[in-house]
Design a protein around this ligand. Structure first.
Ligand SMILES: Nc1ncnc2c1ncn2[C@@H]1O[C@H](COP(=O)(O)OP(=O)(O)O)[C@@H](O)[C@H]1O
Ligand SMILES: [Mg+2]
Length: 333
């Protein structure tokens, strides 16, 4: 008879429709027992509608029946809450003192960098009124689910995404919601989304230091925050405010990222500090955290964001952002 381990491994071949991750990746396999007569597999039914469950049942049977010395396969579904199945190594929130500084961009590039390192990564777009993650990744697919939960959508490079924009009828529907509705939606993004097994979940926080980002910091077991700013931020005050908020919530600041730090002109091999002198070191000092990166204002990057092709951005800067983030996490968390 096939060993339990062998059966579990074979379930890597059963890809859940909609999200396109395996049963193992979504942590849906609850129990595997093998005896002389049969293999019995218990799966969680969370976020799977009846049709999907049937499809998974027959696919699972087909895969396991192919194993050596397996005669009979029994697949049973049990109910479980998505939060019982979600297992995330580190949740990292990206915040900024104000909007339009490139917070979503940094959240996306950080996720892309970690994914390229071979980690399983997700992005939660918690900026409900300025949701821009799906657009940058060119995602229009709608998440699927059932009464018991909702499945994230997978980006082209395999990053799990969840955003209010994926749930709205039209991408440009305005979200004019009041505080309680926003905080409930954000809580649902944690409680009802089946994230499964991830090494990192990056949260794109709403800008500023008001109620909305606070709710997120309170609702999620966050490991640490990254603070994004631009050289246009006139004082270190705006960064300090964000640092204070993180500290009040007992969340370590993993580092700061300066965006639109400079413009590089290849023809003359020169960096132009368009928005004034870089304040990277100063802000890092204010945050008592490392400067994780200084991103140039890059027309190519802006174009890729507009086209929904951010995952095609290939730059040494993204890789080094990923490296310094990993270092910061191991140093602080
Ligand atoms: N370093 C950069 N180079 C080129 N374009 C950028 C850069 N940073 C931001 N942008 C552009 O500015 C827009 C706003 O950035 P975004 O990350 O959505 O800001 P925020 O989330 O802080 O509101 C994006 O559409 C992006 O295309
Ligand atoms: Mg944004």
């Amino acid at each position: 008879m096939a060993a339990e381990e062998q059966v579990r491994e074979s379930l890597e071949q059963v890809i859940v429709p909609g999200v396109m991750r395996s049963l193992n990746g979504l942590n849906l396999v609850r129990q595997v027992t093998t005896s002389d007569q049969e293999v019995k597999i218990t799966l969680a039914s969370s976020a799977l509608n009846a049709e999907t469950q049937e499809w998974i049942r027959s696919k699972t049977k087909a895969v396991v029946e192919k194993l050596h010395e397996v005669n009979k396969v029994e697949v049973e579904f049990i109910e479980a809450k998505p939060t019982e199945l979600t297992q995330i190594g580190h949740i990292i929130a990206v915040m900024s003192g104000k909007g339009g500084v490139g917070k979503s961009l940094v959240a996306s590039l950080a996720a892309i960098a970690l994914k390229r390192q071979g980690y399983e990564v997700g992005i939660l777009d918690a900026d409900l009124t300025g949701a821009s993650i799906p657009k940058m990744f060119g995602i229009i697919a709608r998440p699927t689910g059932s009464d018991t939960g909702i499945l994230p959508v997978l980006s082209r490079s395999g990053i799990e995404l969840m955003s209010i924009n994926l749930l709205l009828q039209q991408e440009d529907d305005a979200v004019i919601w009041r505080g309680p509705l926003i905080s409930n939606t954000i809580k649902q993004f944690w409680e009802d989304v089946l994230w499964g097994k991830l090494d990192y979940l990056i949260i794109d926080l709403p800008p500023g230091t008001a109620d909305a980002p606070l709710t997120v910091l309170q609702s999620f077991p966050i490991s640490g925050v990254i603070i994004v700013f631009t050289p246009q931020d006139l004082t270190a005050m705006i960064v300090r405010k964000a640092v204070n908020m993180a500290q009040k919530m007992d969340k370590p600041v993993l580092g700061v990222v300066e965006n639109m730090s400079y413009l590089y002109i290849p023809e003359i091999d020169k960096r132009i500090e368009l928005f004034g002198r870089s304040r990277g070191e100063e802000m890092a000092e204010a945050a008592r955290a490392p400067l994780l990166g200084q991103l140039p204002l890059d027309p190519e990057l802006a174009k890729l964001c507009d086209q929904g092709d951010i995952e095609r951005y290939d730059s040494e800067i993204t890789n080094s952002l990923g490296q310094s983030l990993l270092q910061a996490i191991s140093a602080k968390v």
